[in-house]
Design a protein around this ligand. Structure first.
Ligand code: SAH
Length: 250
């Protein structure tokens, strides 16, 4: 038997609801996955847990699904954002997918001085996050934020962001000494249920001015990712993984 398809939907999920799916999902279910009316699938919307559903109607352009029973309650996940300097399209797609798999609750593109990409399509980030969430059995989606300039972001941060700390990936502390490992840097925060954000720079790194500024801020914790310089995307995955193992749900 074909494996069960897991679909993200925008609509509310409740007993007996009939949900119309967009054309892209009708195409995916019919043309790509060869499903037909009567087949079962799994649904989630980021709010109402996970549900079983049955395809009520499916043709080339339209599909609808009847919501049957709830199979999982909505759960809350660790509150960890990824702040990243946008990179080229293919690695950016991958970054949104992998970060979603690794459990981030928010994805925020940050424009730094050496960021070479000038525009980020947040719709595309969202589509990638949805695809990853469908595969990874997450019940929620990361929030996708519009791109912001680093100085503007930092200026607003302490006022608006409700005490969220930034884990800044950099090799050195403000005094020029080698930065601690992520595990060492996060230990003092182990029993405090704080929201966090991992910050990694662009391929060209942060400028000295940006690094000095970041390290002067009370809500920034600096940590190093080992002795090798990692590419931006690898640095993000490594930092998210290590954060999850110290403060998250791994
Ligand atoms: N050419 C740049 C490299 C940037 S790597 C330079 O020499 O600075 C992209 C980003 O990944 C960096 O801005 C940093 O945030 C993170 N990063 C990569 N390797 C790291 C390491 N070993 N420790 C801490 N951060 C690292």
């Amino acid at each position: 038997m074909a494996s069960t398809i897991r679909l993200f939907v925008e609509a509310a999920l409740c007993d007996g609801a009939l949900i119309n799916l967009p054309q892209t999902q009708a195409h995916y279910l019919g043309a790509v996955m060869r499903r037909k009316a009567g087949d079962e699938l799994v649904l989630f919307n980021g709010r109402d847990g996970q549900w079983h559903g049955r395809l009520a109607r499916l043709d080339k352009k339209t599909a609808s699904v009847t919501v049957l029973t709830q199979t999982r309650e909505q759960q809350s996940a660790p509150d960890l954002w990824l702040l990243f300097a946008p990179i080229k399209r293919a690695p950016l797609d991958q970054m949104a997918q992998k970060a979603t798999e690794l459990g981030v609750s928010g994805l925020m593109p940050v424009m730094t001085e050496r960021t070479i990409v000038s525009r980020v399509k947040t719709d595309r980030l969202k589509a990638n996050a949805i695809e990853a969430a469908e595969q990874t059995e997450r019940l929620d989606l990361p929030e996708i934020f519009e791109a912001q300039k680093l100085p503007d972001l930092l200026a607003q941060w302490s006022a608006d962001k409700g005490g969220r700390r930034i884990l800044f990936c950099d090799e050195e502390l403000a005094d020029g000494k080698e930065a601690p490992t992520i595990e060492q840097a996060l230990m003092p925060f182990k029993d405090k249920a704080l929201p966090w954000a991992v910050l990694v720079g662009p391929e060209g790194g942060f400028t000295d001015k940006e690094r000095v500024h970041l390290k002067s801020l009370p809500f920034v914790t600096t940590a190093k990712l080992g002795p090798r310089i990692l590419r931006a995307d690898t640095a993000a995955y490594a930092a998210l993984t290590l954060w999850q193992s110290v403060l998250g749900d791994w």
